[in-house]
Ligand binder design. Structure first.
Ligand code: SF4
Length: 297
């Protein structure tokens, strides 16, 4: 294998378990890019329904979710470590007291081995980082900070409403506090090319993140991009172009940063294109093939 698999990172973080399973939870948070703090329209590719199986749990108390999901996971994986995952929206976008209400019971739960928290770089004030760092003394806390691309022009074009500098600053402050930091990036955003993909990979490498999720740009129903796509304004990468880009990025990211995934994860009923984006095995095979050819050159 030409990259560090995510399971290796999980084994480092959770040495008492041979297997670790993620358990998505919904903390009922909003997003500053949707609630008017930054904008009401959100990132142009975003439809949270498409990337979280617990989207419909927003109004369910966190204790109730734990009471429902922990036994289900335990039944299926009796010996696995359970990594709770606050997934939808921005899970540090609330006052510190609210974070305590949601996060404390998760970390205190005796069956939960650790917690991953999805968030944005502009929602990680120092007091929140200090709170998470305190929890990290008890159980591993993974902070997943979305980047998508290191190109500020693209970040503006897709309405992310934060800059690369803000991302770098948040990562550095989280890492300085001892937190495990991961990110996700999108390959094939409008007007980007291989130079942009490589630059994004270089930023991931240089920041020494613990892991990265790489996704192909995929068009999901109900997003701003879906409108641009249907009017022909967006050209998607082909399967081959995407795999080529991922292989180049992996070479730059290097062997110390885990690759959590590099296929898409949108439910098929919401996915408009490309039709191959969820074909995990096929994508892995092609990327491995390209990387192996590089070995022989
Ligand atoms: S992708 Fe994340 S940051 Fe962007 S609008 Fe959706 S929830 Fe908010």
């Amino acid at each position: 294998m030409h990259y560090k698999p995510y399971r290796d990172l999980l084994l480092e973080l959770f040495p008492n378990y041979l297997k670790v399973r993620k358990m998505p939870l919904n903390g009922g948070f909003s997003c500053p890019n949707l609630d008017g703090t930054k904008s009401y329209s959100g990132c142009s590719y975003c439809n949270n329904r498409s990337f979280s199986p617990v989207f419909d749990q927003a109004k369910v108390q966190i204790q109730e979710q734990l009471d429902t999901f922990v036994p289900k996971l335990r039944e299926k994986y009796p010996n696995a470590g359970i990594l709770a995952y606050l997934q939808p929206y921005t899970n540090t976008h609330a006052p510190l007291e609210r974070l305590h209400e949601i996060i404390d019971p998760i970390v205190k739960h005796k069956e939960v081995a650790g917690l991953a928290i999805g968030t944005r770089p502009d929602c990680l004030e120092d007091d929140k980082i200090a709170y998470l760092a305190g929890l990290n003394q008890k159980k591993p806390i993974i902070v997943e900070i979305g980047l998508q691309t290191a190109n500020d022009l693209t970040l503006a074009a897709i309405n992310r409403r934060h800059t690369l500098a803000e991302f770098e600053d948040a990562v550095k402050r989280c890492k300085a506090a001892g937190l495990t930091v991961t990110t996700h990036v999108i390959v094939g955003l409008p007007d980007e090319n291989m130079n942009d993909f490589k630059h994004t990979a270089q930023v991931v490498h240089d920041l020494g993140l613990a892991a990265v999720k790489i996704h192909p740009l995929h068009i999901v129903a109900g997003t701003m991009m879906a409108q641009d796509f249907s009017s022909g304004e967006i050209k998607l990468l082909s399967f081959e172009e995407y795999c080529e880009a991922v292989a180049e990025m992996i070479k730059i990211i290097g062997p110390d940063i885990a690759i959590e995934r590099f296929s898409g994860e949108s439910p098929s009923e919401m996915l408009l294109a490309p039709n191959w984006c969820g074909e995990r095995e096929k994508i892995i095979e092609q990327v491995e093939k390209i990387l192996s050819q590089g070995d022989q050159a």
